[in-house]
Write a protein that binds this ligand. Structure first.
Ligand SMILES: [Zn+2]
Length: 416
């Protein structure tokens, strides 16, 4: 495999720097090669900040994505976990969207059927506000333990709540005495830098409890690379997986992979596994070796073309701004933060719309746009709505129709 990527910045002494980098996902020595860099991005994109000044001055870090030629894993080698502080003022929930709730409920129902999750013990690692764990416990009369330092109890009013214990901490080996039939972990592994260490810890915690099924859901970097979706790359996400690197991780940590598939318009990747009998033997993979070459090809194409994409987006937005068009962004989550900070868009876009009432009146970290509820648009009357996640297109169209507005809708992934 060729190992020289075009770099966006040339100041970094590449070869010296890279020699230190062993892949945290497979342990291959000096296998990480930098292919994408963005400097000074906010270290948290889901924190709520209440003033423009605080938003602009928010702590920043660098993104240097390295690609492992041995397993296909992608990691921010400049990631500093000391800069991250997860707490209850993180507003990462998607639970206010009906599209997302339907997806969540269908997934819970499918897993309950597939793994016979009735009257069972379930652990969720990184349970957020606990929506998914509560759903699993409600639908299958299960008992649950949820781990998350950002858990907020007052928002959970479910009947199943009495069967669920929430621990406001990170999951670790110290909880290996808690046995479960099903361990799930959604949208969390991408926040963990040393993935092999973490999944190996999980394998040790499961011990000889071989009937435990584990379920992990993460964003799939394949789609991000294919679509040049740089807005899906942000500081909290230090680890990026494709099917081949995710499977390799679980096999190497001593799991047998039961299933590996994409959901939610290929945005998410899911792996289901169980502990193998002998931790020393590695089970055979489901993914063909060709997939590693394919991910390498996508990484190269991303690296070569991303600057053109940046320029095209900036020119489009600035031209509309000069022409007096009012542009708003729909979706005040991490995608908006990454999109705006990576492109350096400030006064060209004044407002970001979000249906989550907890975000109303807050500010986008880094670039400082004010977050407003859809109702605000009745008076503001935008000309263009940039939709950060096309999955919500129909939902957004309906809300705008009810507000009697007809702006041009621009789902970001359609930009060429
Ligand atoms: Zn690797």
């Amino acid at each position: 495999m060729k190992s020289d990527f075009h770099l966006r910045t040339t100041e970094t002494p590449l070869r010296e720097f890279l020699k230190e980098h062993t892949c945290p996902n497979c342990g291959a020595l000096k296998s990480m090669n930098v292919f994408y860099e963005v400097e000074n991005i906010p270290v948290h994109s889901v924190k709520l900040v209440h003033s423009h000044i605080e938003a602009i001055g928010f702590p920043k870090g660098n993104m240097q994505l390295g690609f492992c030629s041995s397993c296909g894993f992608i990691s921010n080698i400049a990631f500093d976990s000391m800069k991250i502080n997860y707490s209850s003022d993180c507003e990462e929930t998607q639970g206010f969207s009906s599209t997302f709730n339907t997806f969540h409920r269908n997934l819970a129902q499918k897993l309950i059927g597939k793994y016979d999750l009735f009257n069972k013990d379930i652990i969720e690692i990184g349970c957020g506000k606990g929506e998914f764990l509560t759903m699993l416990c409600e639908l299958g009369n299960n008992r649950g333990i949820g781990f998350d330092p950002a858990y907020v109890s007052m928002r959970n009013n479910s009947q199943a709540k009495e069967r669920i214990k929430f621990i406001e901490e990170f999951y670790s080996e110290k909880y290996s005495n808690l046995k479960a039939d099903f361990i799930c972990c959604k949208m969390t592994l991408e926040h963990i830098p040393n993935t092999l260490e973490f999944i190996s810890m999980l394998r040790r915690s499961i011990g000889d409890n071989l009937k435990t099924t584990v379920f992990f859901q993460i964003p799939d970097i394949t789609r991000i690379l294919k679509d040049f979706a740089f807005w899906d790359i942000y500081y909290e996400h230090c680890s990026y997986f494709c099917p081949v690197s995710l499977e390799k991780l679980f096999l190497q940590a001593g799991f047998e992979v039961l299933d590996l598939y994409n959901v939610y318009d290929d945005q998410y990747l899911i792996i289901e596994a169980k502990a193998s009998k002998e931790t020393s033997s590695i089970s055979s993979p489901l993914q063909p070796v060709d997939d590693l070459n394919e991910i390498y090809r996508l990484v190269s194409a991303f690296s070569e073309n991303i600057n053109k994409r940046f320029n095209s987006w900036r020119e489009d937005i600035r031209r509309n701004y000069r022409d007096g068009k009012k542009i708003v962004i729909w979706g005040g989550g991490s995608k908006a933060v990454s999109f705006l900070t990576t492109l350096g868009i400030t006064e060209e876009i004044e407002y970001v719309v979000d249906i989550n009432p907890h975000k109303n009146g807050t500010f986008i970290v880094g670039t400082g746009q004010k977050v407003v509820l859809p109702d605000f648009l009745k008076d503001y009357r935008p000309d263009i709505v940039l939709i950060m996640n096309p999955v919500y297109l129909d939902e957004i169209r309906t809300i705008l129709f009810e507000l009697a507005l007809e702006p041009k809708l621009l789902p970001i992934e359609t930009n060429d």
